[in-house]
Design a protein around this ligand. Structure first.
Ligand code: DGL
Length: 266
């Protein structure tokens, strides 16, 4: 199918986390029409097998392709490590943007030489992440911290309760003890916890996430393919494989704009 510049962009995550990336895309590219799938019926990806996640990526990518999306964004680190290579092979002419924990900028930024990574078990155990460390974490010590349970709480809209505070503190403490001055948020759900994290860590510690870099990479790819939209953008469309009511309720908290929410049946 020939794609036109006014066609929408497909963005997906296992759940609401990718809305942190969608926000960056919308800020940088306000003329673009956006479609978003939250695979909430299969959350958390971080505790699933790579094979299962690859299958979900294939199903969601096919959906966006059929919708005529001109580009695809994997707004999920865990889906990227498991599925982006297969998708690029399957759709060689489709601009596809994936994301990975910001090890390179963190290694460049650290002064203490110790960098922490908060991410899902799936991301941290992947060969792609190991390769990222081999390539960019040359003279720095990297402390990795899987964070099971955080995603499930964020999915309920919980960004401040004592339960999430305690869970997060338990994951951050070891990074502070190890002397990290830079912490990578290696899961797209975690930027929503920045205010809570800021209460727990000194101001001197930098928090790095990749939403902005993903938006810039998307802009570069669209420009290369002469697919940047002139606008105006159409209203964003959302699908969820979980209960649409739940997603509708959480959307104003994390997206701050209106949007149509439908059930994703595939
Ligand atoms: N938001 C996803 C990521 O960036 C994963 C969340 C999940 O475990 O489902 O890795």
């Amino acid at each position: 199918m020939t794609k036109t510049s006014e066609a929408p962009i497909g963005v997906f995550d296992s759940g609401v986390g990718g809305l942190s990336v969608l926000g960056e895309i919308h800020r940088l590219l306000p003329n673009e029409s956006l479609l978003y799938v939250a695979d909430c019926g299969h959350i958390p990806y971080g505790e699933k097998t790579p094979e299962f996640i690859r299958q979900r990526c294939a199903v969601i990518a096919e959906f966006f392709h059929a919708q005529g999306a001109k580009a695809l964004v994997l707004a999920c680190n865990t889906a990227t490590v498991a599925g982006v290579a297969d998708l690029r092979e399957r759709y060689p002419n489709w601009p596809i943007v994936g994301m990975e924990p910001a090890v390179k900028p963190a290694a460049a930024a650290t002064r203490s030489g110790v960098v922490g990574v908060l991410a899902t078990t799936g991301t941290l155990q992947s060969a792609k992440f190991a390769a990222l460390l081999d390539r960019f974490a040359i003279d720095v010590q990297v402390i990795t911290q899987p964070c099971p349970g955080l995603v499930e709480l964020i999915e309920t809209g919980d960004l401040v309760s004592p339960a999430i505070r305690n869970l997060l503190r338990g994951y951050v403490e070891p990074l502070l003890v190890a002397g990290c001055d830079t912490i990578i948020l290696g899961c797209t759900h975690y930027p929503f916890l920045k205010p809570l994290l800021r209460e727990m860590i000194p101001d001197s510690i930098s928090l790095i996430d990749t939403g902005g870099a993903v938006a810039r990479q998307l802009q570069r790819l669209l420009s290369q393919h002469q697919l940047l939209a002139r606008g105006p953008a159409l209203e964003s469309q959302f699908w969820t494989s979980g209960p649409p009511e739940l997603f509708r309720n959480i959307l104003p908290l994390l997206w701050n704009k209106t949007g149509n929410v439908r059930f994703f049946t595939v």
